[in-house]
Design a protein around this ligand. Structure first.
Ligand code: PMP
Length: 287
């Protein structure tokens, strides 16, 4: 079965999909993106993801390439064409094609819109045995709240983590506090049973999964504190986990080779993963 991508108004075969060499996304990382998870043919948290796309576009003064309604239609059409049941929809908007110059184009150009889908295995509620993370300095810029395609520091951090046998990198600010993962938000459960995740500001991406999990924590009457936490505190924590549209809630059992708690998946992370999987099953299937 052919796999399709959407590129600037057309559904094209994925292996033939391409953009112009002077697209500002390609040359200058002048663009933003979103990733929406799909489970059983259902989009997870579509609205907040598109709201965040809107915010990212406004922060960079890039116009919407199509209307919001049209984007919703394109997402569904691509899912249908690719028979996507489980996986993700990737969407990217760049400032468009223009002769290379750092400043914004002086004559209006149409922003470029690209969508792809990726099939993944069906995520199960069972947390498995958890993952390892590796800490490293957060060398990113001061606008990590904007979801831009300028991901080189994240790429390098993820690669270093993989080379160390870890699943994710946990990034450290200059005070020794963990900001977030290379592509996930970071959480711990302290020995006192306090659930902690860093507050959102320009230092991290405001994760949609993080936000939905906050609501779930509220409904379970779990006490959540949004504050900075250090690498030392994380290493002494009872539990740790990460959240994102693609990893849902994934328990962290090792930080820099040291066991978190007893090195096994903790009760809170296990429960929250189950609850999040249940939450992802709500809504209407697209395909
Ligand atoms: N932080 C970063 C740097 C990310 O790239 C992501 C993934 N988009 C996240 C956090 C998690 O965000 P979300 O839950 O919206 O996927």
């Amino acid at each position: 079965m052919a796999r399709y991508a959407y590129v600037n108004g057309r559904y094209v075969e994925h292996r033939e999909a391409s953009v112009h060499i002077e697209d500002r996304g390609y040359q200058l990382a002048d663009g933003v993106y979103e990733v929406v998870g799909v489970r059983d043919g259902k989009l997870i948290d579509e609205k907040p993801h598109i709201d965040r796309l809107d915010r990212s576009l406004k922060e960079l003064r890039i116009d919407w390439p199509v209307s919001r309604n049209t984007l919703g239609f394109i997402i569904r059409e691509l899912m249908r064409k690719n028979r996507l049941r489980d996986g993700l929809v990737y969407m990217q908007v760049t400032r468009g094609v223009s002769r290379r110059d750092h400043g914004f184009p002086t004559t209006p150009v149409k922003p470029a819109l690209v969508l792809t889908t990726k099939a993944t295995k069906h995520i199960v509620a069972d947390a498995g045995s958890g993952v390892a993370v590796k800490s490293m300095p957060d060398i990113r810029w001061e606008r990590c709240d904007i979801k831009t395609v300028a991901l080189l520091p994240n790429v390098l951090a993820k690669q270093a983590a993989r080379e160390a046998g870890a699943y994710e990198a946990w990034l450290l600010d200059d005070k020794g506090c963990i900001t977030e993962g290379a592509s996930t938000n970071a959480w711990i459960v302290t020995q006192d049973g306090e659930l902690v995740t860093r507050q959102t500001d320009n230092g991290i991406l405001s994760g949609i999964t993080r936000s939905s999990l906050k609501t779930i924590c509220n409904s379970l009457q779990l006490k959540l504190v949004e504050r900075p936490f250090s690498l030392e505190e994380a290493k002494k924590a009872k539990e740790a986990f990460i959240t994102s549209a693609t990893s849902f809630v994934t328990p962290v059992v090792k930080i820099d080779g040291e066991k978190v708690g007893d090195g096994k998946v903790g009760a809170t992370a296990r429960r929250l993963r189950e609850e999040y999987v249940r939450f992802s099953e709500a809504g209407e299937a697209v395909t």
